[in-house]
Ligand binder design. Structure first.
Ligand code: FES
Length: 578
């Protein structure tokens, strides 16, 4: 018997006698009905992230079948195995709290089992970064396959998409604009098929960034979940995984600084979700690569928003697929890309692009010279309120608010917000700035998508559609508004956000990238002396939550656990001007 460290001989259970360990393993795997011929093939693991609670992964079983077909056609042995799954609406207190747990599960299962390569199947927001973080740490050849976006629904002749239209219709319901019966009908139609949210939310953004990163076969990001093409793509991914196993094409050869710069470019060009910055930072961090937020901001100034998708535009992911998908976007921003970056195909990004169909006339992706938004979709803010940085999706806000000074109306926690935001007695006006504390990585905990602070009901009923809102939380990529997020350091760690009081003046200046609390240093120092540490919570004292509270890093480090990310040795983005 050959003693190669691949296939069934890889990662043997430690019994102190390797041949016995192999003998035992073979005995048990034979119980699965495999022949010796099958067991001599490259073994391709397939992550099964199906769950009855995850509609975004409803099509995972048929994707697994298609991947298996591809693996076998290419001469490999496919073996599926479970990984925990996360759906945005079924992950209390928030899916972000569990992302790192899923990444640990992925890393350790890839390492523990004898896989020569792995096909990662994910889709819903946190699953793609979690799988890629785990695969990057395990550093076994890996290829990403997303479940694909949902197709759109409709209501009274109007197209609907989760979850930009979830929020839009809910805001109309809150404002008394539509009835309880109508909102119930809309609820039936917002998520009409298997697949991920079909607007430019986090799932769509991460799918596009992953394809740009080179970890997915070309064309894979946009194919709707229900299309036959999605299954053919899955089959091709399985076949390619067999070749990657033979080529030992590991993630560290693909997920390089140059590749992450390409992913960040695409994030900016698609007007993608702010969450993607946190996830890409965490993914890069697993390979010792640090994302420099200020350089990212400068990169934004030269990368216009080209994709006309909700929430900033009009279209949906199925329209982007019909327009040519990511290749059209890459074609437009080609001079800004690192075309020599290697991808899972074994070719470079530029090589893949050369093999794509030339762009055709369409109205979803604008030409570079005629963008949707010129100034970069996401801006990085600094100032005495956010010394470690904060971000705002400037392409998705009322442009009258880009320079705004107002009176702070402070909510001390998510609970305080829920209790008072719709109180008719709340003293608040449209020019005020809503501030929420205790919603960062440790405060909530898990940095929930609560940054989309609702417009107080009494203002919504008067027709107020946008206000400046500030917190240390995240926000769904499907949301719209003048919303400052990821304020770092967070209030639970005593960041300046913790010092804000109702009545303080705050100045936001997006063009100058400034966020300042207009309170004297002496007064802030006095407030800091009186600041009480948050009350210890009993639930923080055990289990995963204890680990989370002790080791989670801030948003500028991707909210990864400190012991999972090696110290950064490379900083990106590097060459900003090209
Ligand atoms: Fe899964 Fe939106 S809830 S992608």
């Amino acid at each position: 018997m050959a003693k190669s460290k691949s296939g069934m001989r890889k990662g043997l259970t430690a019994y102190g006698d390797e041949e016995f360990s192999f003998f035992m393993r073979k005995a048990f795997v034979k119980a699965m009905g495999y022949s010796d011929d099958a067991l001599d093939r490259p073994i391709i693991g397939i992550t099964n992230t199906y769950s009855g609670f995850n509609a975004c992964h409803r099509n995972v079983p048929e994707l697994i079948e298609a991947v298996k077909r591809g693996v076998m056609l290419a001469g490999g042995l496919p073996v599926e195995f479970p990984i925990i799954t996360l759906h945005e609406s079924f992950a209390h207190p928030t899916s972000m709290y569990l992302r790192n747990l899923m990444s640990i599960d992925t890393e350790e299962m890839i390492r523990a089992q004898p896989v020569d390569a792995v096909v990662l199947i994910g889709g819903c927001d946190k699953t793609v970064p979690a799988l890629l973080m785990g695969a990057a740490s395990a550093n076994v050849p890996a290829i990403m396959l997303v479940t694909g976006p949902m197709i759109t629904g409709d209501h009274k002749g109007e197209r609907l998409g989760a979850c930009t239209d979830c929020r839009r219709f809910w805001a109309r319901f809150r404002a008394g604009d539509i009835s309880a019966q109508e909102i119930s009908e809309v609820n039936n139609k917002l998520a009409p098929s298997a697949g991920t949210c079909m607007v430019m939310g986090t799932a769509s953004t991460m799918a596009l960034c992953t394809e740009a990163l080179g970890m997915m076969l070309p064309g894979g990001a946009c194919i709707p979940a229900v299309m036959a093409e999605r299954l053919r793509h899955a089959e091709a991914s399985g076949a390619r995984a067999v070749a990657m196993a033979k080529e030992k094409l590991t993630p560290d050869r693909i997920m390089t600084p140059a590749a992450f710069e390409n992913a960040l470019r695409v994030l900016l060009a698609v007007g993608g979700s702010t969450n993607a910055i946190v996830h890409l930072t965490a993914m890069a961090g697993r390979l010792g690569i640090e994302v420099d937020l200020d350089a990212f901001d400068r990169m934004g100034r030269e990368t216009p928003v080209l994709v006309d998708l909700k929430p900033t535009g009009q279209h949906y992911m199925e329209d982007l697929e019909k327009a040519g998908g990511l290749a059209v976007i890459l074609h437009e921003i080609k001079p800004l890309l690192n075309l020599k970056a290697l991808t899972v195909t074994g070719k470079t990004l530029g090589g893949n692009l050369a093999g794509a169909l030339p762009p055709w006339k369409q109205d979803v992706v604008r030409p570079f010279k005629d963008p949707i938004f010129k100034g970069g979709s996401i801006a990085v803010l600094r100032g005495n309120l956010a010394p470690g940085g904060a971000i705002i999706k400037q392409a998705a806000m009322d442009q009258r608010l880009v320079r705004h000074e107002g009176r702070a109306v402070v909510f001390e926690s998510l609970e305080d917000l829920a209790n008072r935001i719709d109180d008719p007695g709340l003293e608040v006006g449209a020019e005020d700035i809503l501030v929420m504390k205790q919603a960062g990585p440790r405060g909530a905990p898990g940095m929930p998508e609560a940054g989309y602070i609702p417009i107080p009901k009494k203002l919504a009923q008067k027709g107020v559609k946008d206000m400046v809102r500030i917190s240390d939380a995240r926000m769904s990529g499907t949301a719209f508004g003048a919303i400052v997020l990821h304020v770092t350091p967070e209030s639970a760690l005593g960041g300046p956000l913790a010092l804000v009081k109702t009545g303080d003046r705050i100045r936001l200046d997006v063009p100058a990238r400034k966020l300042d609390l207009l309170v004297s240093d002496a007064e802030l120092a006095a407030r800091r002396r009186q600041l009480k540490a948050p009350r210890p919570r009993k639930e923080d004292q055990r289990g995963y939550r204890k680990l989370f509270m002790a080791t989670v890093m801030q948003a500028d480090r991707g909210c990864d656990f400190d012991f999972l990310a090696p110290r950064g040795t490379m900083r990106i983005p590097r060459g900003i001007k090209r």
